[in-house]
Ligand binder design. Sequence first.
Ligand SMILES: Nc1ncnc2c1ncn2[C@@H]1O[C@H](COP(=O)(O)OP(=O)(O)OP(=O)(O)O)[C@@H](O)[C@H]1O
Length: 253
Amino acid sequence: MKTEYAIQAKNISKTFHITEDAHNTVKHRLFNLFKPSKAKKVLALKPMDFEVKKGECIGLIGSNGCGKSTLTRILSGVYPTDTGKININGTTMLMNLGVGMSHELTARENIYVASSVLGLKIKQVDELFDEIVDFAELREFIDTKIKYFSSGMKARLAFSIAVNAGADIMFLDEIFAVGDMKFQEKAVRVFEMSWIKGKTVILVSHSMDIIQKYCNRTAYLKNGELVYYGDTEHALNLYKQDNQIVVEESLVL
Ligand SMILES: Nc1ncnc2c1ncn2[C@@H]1O[C@H](COP(=O)(O)OP(=O)(O)OP(=O)(O)O)[C@@H](O)[C@H]1O
């Protein structure tokens, strides 16, 4: 039987160009007259191939700044890739703190915009609207601009839209680390359901337990490089080995 892929990415990479010490205030300019701003390149993702089969739940692990969010943003189309090619088979939704939603729009407007991006018609959004609002538990704030929302409220709204509007491929960036305890429990329950329903999930998490529990394969990133992609147990072991905490003997009581 032919394998069906949700994501096929070949030779993708990303470099960010940043300027350090931009002298954009008068004070800054005066004190730095003879010191030009420095341009710097950050190679956030080294060239890599990345494939996800339909219905898989893939873990993405690695230390802070190793490129996990950059990879999910490239695969979900938020950032263009510098090199290579990406084939996506289905609708995608990236869930992390409010990415993909407009801060100047209300929760109601964001529901309509995000759902239509996922391919729903206005009538379908009308039908799902109450379910999305109730699941997110945000009825009171439905006509509030989301720039006034807490990070947990934004994450709840994004999660509820994705789950109810039915994105085929979900990028969940630390989704279980936001929201209060009650919402986290609900998110876990729904997550298990959505997964069973055959959705494709790419799960970014610093929680080894969550990765171990849900992911059949895991990618381990280190300094922008994909050092391992395969068996979850093995990926977690490599990550743990690289991050063994050495406690100085003199500090041990
Ligand atoms: N928009 C951006 N502009 C410039 N540099 C960026 C940008 N986004 C990320 N970077 C840099 O790219 C590198 C990878 O960042 P990324 O956010 O992908 O890491 P991460 O693995 O998701 O980290 P964390 O676990 O802390 O969330 C870092 O060095 C970061 O500073």
